[in-house]
Write a protein that binds this ligand. Structure first.
Ligand SMILES: NC(=O)c1ccc[n+]([C@@H]2O[C@H](COP(=O)([O-])OP(=O)(O)OC[C@H]3O[C@@H](n4cnc5c(N)ncnc54)[C@H](OP(=O)(O)O)[C@@H]3O)[C@@H](O)[C@H]2O)c1
Length: 376
């Protein structure tokens, strides 16, 4: 029977959540050092090149780390990357016991992980369960990118009670309440990049920036526009707000592509029309993007769905009808012909936000993956 400090591991997860979106391609991790029942150190992963959570917490604890317990959301790293191995710092600090939750899937980790190194130095290492099921989501984007060579993909949308994200004339601002839209800014703050399609860029001219909250970082904005239909004056192309990456094709006018380049937009031009989603995702994987948020219409969301590339959903459902068969739902694309292999999501949270209902759901496999709970 393992007797561990629930509050300490919860605090470590809160720390990890506070740096989501700022650590990619590294995972957001939290660590807490407890000595004689007191917190003597805590920390979270710093942006790439900076110290990992364990080193931040151990530095704060100083000499008090000797004989103390370390609580960490992810197994400590054992290898020198941009920063030295955390296991070295744990051994040097004289930590007595390490409690960790999720295993690290980095291929540079040895087969038996941190456990064999630390136990060889007389340190007890104990894997414990996460305090909440949803804590797996702090680590999922990092794991997804490593495992599937693509970012973890979250879809957000606001729809009416009859399942429409816009009227048949294309009006969607605003379906959800101001309070729901405030939550969307918190969601944006946790991701590395936000992707939209030409339909939304032309119709809504969105900024896709984090506003109304203290932003931890500035996510990339990504646009798919193979024909160059988005006006060069669009807000997405003002890179003083945030960096923008555009995937376009040779079907777009050369003058349009040049204007974007001159505005400082990162333009990737392909000879494929329409642009192949797997190529986009591979490119984002190579850029080190762990977590991608879709804020688009049914066209682009449908392409992601057809490729089975939606891993998490934030749906805001507003209490009114829009009507008309031409008014779109959240997912277009080819869709399913039958329901035999229908993949259902796992509901993580359902809440009322002002007049809306908010549903947070994700792939069940996020919780089933053996890396999360057991040693392979
Ligand atoms: N309520 C909400 O949450 C919400 C959110 C966003 C938008 N909207 C509404 O949604 C409407 C726009 O929706 P939309 O569907 O027209 O636009 P969209 O999804 O924003 O854009 C369509 C995108 O799909 C891409 N696409 C289509 N077929 C493809 C294929 N086979 N392969 C690769 N890419 C493909 C297009 O690429 P190309 O440009 O390269 O052809 C384009 O980027 C607007 O009325 C907007 O207000 C509502």
């Amino acid at each position: 029977m393992v007797n561990f400090d629930q509050q300490a591991i919860q605090q470590a997860f809160d720390l990890a959540a506070s740096v989501q979106g700022t650590t990619s391609p590294n995972p957001p991790v939290g660590a807490v050092v407890i000595r004689a029942g007191q917190v003597v150190g805590f920390g979270a992963t710093q942006p790439p090149g900076g110290p990992h959570a364990e080193r931040v917490a151990l530095a704060m604890a100083g000499a008090d780390a000797c004989g103390a317990d370390l609580y960490v959301t992810l197994e400590p790293c054992t290898f020198q990357g941009r920063t030295p191995a955390c296991t070295d710092a744990i051994i040097a600090a004289g930590i007595a016991r390490v409690y960790f939750v999720f295993r690290d899937g980095d291929p540079r980790m040895p087969p038996h992980g941190a456990q064999s190194i630390l136990t060889a130095h007389g340190i007890d290492v104990i894997q414990i369960p996460p305090p909440n099921q949803s804590d797996a989501l702090t680590i999922a984007p990092f794991r997804w990118r490593l495992q599937y060579q693509r970012p973890f993909v979250t879809l957000k949308y606001a729809m009416s009670l009859d399942g429409k994200i816009a009227t048949h004339t294309g009006v969607s601002q605003w379906i959800s309440s101001q309070q729901s839209r405030h939550i969307v800014h918190q969601i944006r703050n946790r991701v590395d990049a936000i992707i939209t399609g030409s339909g939304t860029a032309v119709r809504d001219n969105p900024q896709l920036t984090v506003r109304g909250i203290t932003a931890a970082h500035t996510p990339w904005r990504i646009l798919i526009d193979s024909h160059g239909s988005t006006p060069a004056t669009a807000r997405l192309f003002d890179i003083t707000d945030a960096p923008t990456l555009v995937f376009t094709s040779t079907a777009a006018p050369e003058s349009w592509r040049n204007a974007l380049c001159q505005a400082g937009v990162d333009v990737h031009c392909s000879s494929n029309t329409p642009i192949a989603l797997p190529d986009v995702l591979t490119h984002l994987y190579r850029l080190g993007i762990n977590h991608l948020l879709i804020e688009a219409g049914s066209g682009l969301a449908g392409v992601f769905s057809d490729h089975d590339c939606i891993d998490e959903v934030h749906a805001f459902i507003a209490p009114g009808f829009i009507g008309n068969p031409q008014a779109p739902g959240p997912i277009g694309g080819e869709g399913l012909g039958q329901l035999v292999d229908w993949q259902r999501f796992t509901i993580i949270d359902v809440q009322q936000i002002a007049s809306d209902v908010y549903i947070h759901a994700c792939r069940p496999s996020i919780f089933a993956h053996p890396h999360y709970h057991t040693k392979e």
